[in-house]
Each structure stands twice: as structure tokens, then as C-alpha cells.
Design a protein around this ligand. Sequence first.
Ligand SMILES: NC(=O)c1ccc[n+]([C@@H]2O[C@H](COP(=O)([O-])OP(=O)(O)OC[C@H]3O[C@@H](n4cnc5c(N)ncnc54)[C@H](OP(=O)(O)O)[C@@H]3O)[C@@H](O)[C@H]2O)c1
Length: 267
Amino acid sequence: MITSMKNAFSVEGLNVFITGGTQGLGKGMADGFCEMGANVAFCGRNAVKGAAVVEEIQAKYPNCTIKYYECDLLADGAIEKVVEDVIADFGTINVLVNNAGAGTFFDSMDADKNDWKEWTRVIDLDLTSYFKMSVMVAKHMREQGWGSIINITSNAAEIVNLPQRMVSYNSAKAGANRMTKMLAHEWAPFKIRVNAIAPGYTESDLTPVGDQEELNKLYSFWTDHTPTGRWGKPIEIAAMAIYLASDASEQITGSVFTIDGGYSLAN
Ligand SMILES: NC(=O)c1ccc[n+]([C@@H]2O[C@H](COP(=O)([O-])OP(=O)(O)OC[C@H]3O[C@@H](n4cnc5c(N)ncnc54)[C@H](OP(=O)(O)O)[C@@H]3O)[C@@H](O)[C@H]2O)c1
């Protein structure tokens, strides 16, 4: 409960679990939470990158507690195991950030040609893993009497991104926004808040593979269509995540916050 603006935005001492913190937005949020005095657990599939993130962040904030967990969210039983491990080490999870996601470009008419893989892979990671992780962490939050879950979705949930074709990604992100509202309503009696952040194009390592000249044209197109004239930065996503984790947002649940420099206004 906010009693004074002085500590309304504090996340000091909270235990935050971020999926996919080895690079990009997840790393930016790990950095932001550590700077603000939270304890951070994060996961990924790349131990070398995970160790490098821990080393880099700990060098910046020597007093912070940050730990990497190796986990492929798509592997059988991996979500259950990583939640158990984080709770065993940290004691509690106060804030969950479902962030690990990936997109793919393909024409829908070709979706059957590779055994539907481009559809299922993205739906499994960007929607189903968010749901499973939320459920496993929410059981624990229900016991502790409160919690904040933050789903990183995308402005792609609401718009047709051009010129690329991304049916599975946009569908998964739209599903995650709807899931956010469903879980927010269902879990409010347990004082578990569930919100989403929907970024637009943001500087990260989530870059499509392909011909560099074509990619450069795509990036220019995206920048030219962003009213603020630039892409977002991970620290700007972190700032919203910190707000949603803190008491300042205690009356907010089931909301989706778009951070895209106005891109979706006219696209
Ligand atoms: N960047 C953008 O422009 C943008 C825009 C809108 C929304 N978003 C959303 O923001 C989130 C983060 O995107 P990003 O740009 O930071 O992506 P990114 O740079 O590709 O990072 C993705 C993170 O997820 C982890 N990850 C991927 N698959 C995983 C799996 N199966 N199990 C565990 N971890 C996995 C990766 O770790 P490992 O490689 O170590 O496994 C990595 O740390 C995503 O949900 C994305 O859809 C991004």
C-alpha cells in the first residue's frame, strides 16, 4: 500500500525471477532491478552468456544478489524444476517476469511444409510457457499472500506488422495479452496482480536471420514508421517492469502497457 511517494516505487529486497535474461530485454530488466536493490534470478539456455551477465551486473552493483539458472522452457518438466530451484535458493518469488520469447517470419500458406513447426514452436514459447510458468509461480505466490506477474508481450498483439509476416508471433502475443486479463481476474483474490508490457521495436539481440541489406531496409522501415523516430531501449522496458513490481501499481491488474514510441498509433 502506498503510504508515501518516497518509497512507492521501491523494489528493494524483492525477489524477482526473469525468464530469458541472458541478453536483450531480460538482461536490461535484470540490470534495472539489481540497480534498484532487488534480488534477481534469471534463466536461459546459454550458460556462458548467463555467467557473463551475472559478472557484468555484479561488477556494476557489488551488493546485488543475482543468479543464473540453466533452463530450456520448452523441455519437459523444466518449468516445474526451475521454479523449485529458485524458491529453494531465494526462499520466495515476489515478482515473475515472463520474458523469454522468440518470433519467426513465414508465409501462412507454407505453414504445413515443415510439419507446422514455425507455428507450434512460437506458440509453445510465447504463450504456453508463459501460462505454465505463471501457474507454477502463482501457487507459491498464493501461499505467500501476494505477488506480481509481468508478461512481456508485444505491440504485435494488436497490429499487422509490415512488411514481415508473423502470424504465429502475433497470435501468441495476442493470446498472452488475453491470458494476462484472465489470470488477473482469477487471481486477484490471492493478491496476485498480472499485467503485461507490450514493447514495440526495441534494441536487443532478437534479430531476424537473413540478408543484411534486406534487414537494414526493414530496420529503416520500422524506424521511419515510429513517431518518436527511434527504437526503444531495454532500460525503458525495465522502468515499467519496476513500476509494475512496486507498490505504486498496487491498484493495477489486467492492464497492458504499450511502449513503442507511438508505432502502433498509425500502423
Ligand atoms: N526486441 C524487440 O524489438 C521486441 C519487441 C516486442 C516484444 N519483444 C518481446 O520481448 C521479449 C524479449 O525479447 P528480446 O528482444 O530480448 O529477445 P532476445 O534478445 O532474443 O532474448 C530472448 C531471451 O529468451 C531466452 N530464451 C529463448 N528461448 C528460450 C527457451 N526455450 N528457454 C529459456 N530461455 C529462452 C534467451 O536465452 P538463451 O538464448 O540463453 O536461451 C534470451 O535470454 C520477447 O518475449 C519478445 O517477444 C521484443
